[in-house]
Design a binder for this molecule. Structure first.
Ligand SMILES: [Zn+2]
Length: 176
C-alpha cells in the first residue's frame, strides 16, 4: 500500500512544508478519497501534532500558507494580531494608570513642599517681625538704611538671625 502511494504521489516525509515537519504517512487515516496519502505532521511553531493531506502539503510546498490546528498557535487561523492588539491595549491602560499615579504622587509632593515652604516662611516672618517691631519701637524709620526688610532678613544665615533675635530679646527685656 505505502509502496503504491509512494510511487504515485510525491512524498513529503522528512521535509518541512510551510512550517510543518512531515514525519510520516499517517497510519490513522490512510488516504484521501482520491487515494492520496495523509501525513503525520508537527507544527514547527508549537509542536502540535496534526494530519495534513497530500493536497494541503502540495499547496504548502507551492507557497500557500498552512494553518496550525492548535488555536493558541501563532500559525493558527485565529486572528492573533487582534488578541495582540488587545493585550497591547491592556498594557497601554496599565502604563497610563501607572503614569497617572506617578503624576498624582508628584503633584502631592509639590503641594507638600509648597505647604512646608509657606509654613517655614510664616515662621521666618514672625521671627523677623520681632526684630522689625523692636526697631520700630526704638524709633527707626522704615526708609532708614538701618532698617532690615524681610527680604534682607531672609538672606541672613539662621545663626546670624538667631544672634540678632537674642540681642533684640535683651533690648526688649531692658526696656520693659
Ligand atoms: Zn502550531
Amino acid at each position: 500500500m505505502n509502496t503504491f502511494i509512494r510511487n504515485k504521489w510525491r512524498s513529503y516525509v522528512g521535509e518541512t512544508v510551510s512550517g510543518f515537519y512531515v514525519f510520516d504517512i499517517s497510519s490513522q487515516v490512510t488516504a484521501n478519497k482520491d487515494g492520496s496519502p495523509r501525513y503525520d505532521c508537527r507544527c514547527t511553531k508549537c509542536n502540535y501534532y496534526q494530519i495534513k493531506s497530500q493536497s494541503e502539503l502540495t499547496n504548502g510546498a507551492n507557497g500557500a500558507m498552512l494553518f496550525c490546528s492548535n488555536q493558541v498557535c501563532p500559525a493558527s487561523r485565529v486572528q492573533h494580531p487582534e488578541t495582540e492588539s488587545l493585550a497591547d491595549l491592556r498594557r497601554q491602560e496599565r502604563e497610563q494608570e501607572a503614569r497617572t499615579q506617578r503624576e498624582q504622587a508628584a503633584r502631592q509632593m509639590v503641594r507638600k513642599q509648597q505647604v512646608a515652604k509657606q509654613r517655614s516662611e510664616r515662621a521666618d516672618k514672625s521671627r523677623w517681625l520681632a526684630l522689625a517691631n523692636s526697631k520700630l519701637k526704638s524709633g527707626l524709620e522704615i526708609d532708614s538704611p538701618e532698617w532690615v526688610s524681610f527680604e534682607r532678613w531672609q538672606r541672613w544665615s539662621s545663626e546670624f538671625q538667631a544672634d540678632i533675635l537674642r540681642r533684640v530679646a535683651e533690648i526688649e527685656k531692658k526696656i520693659s
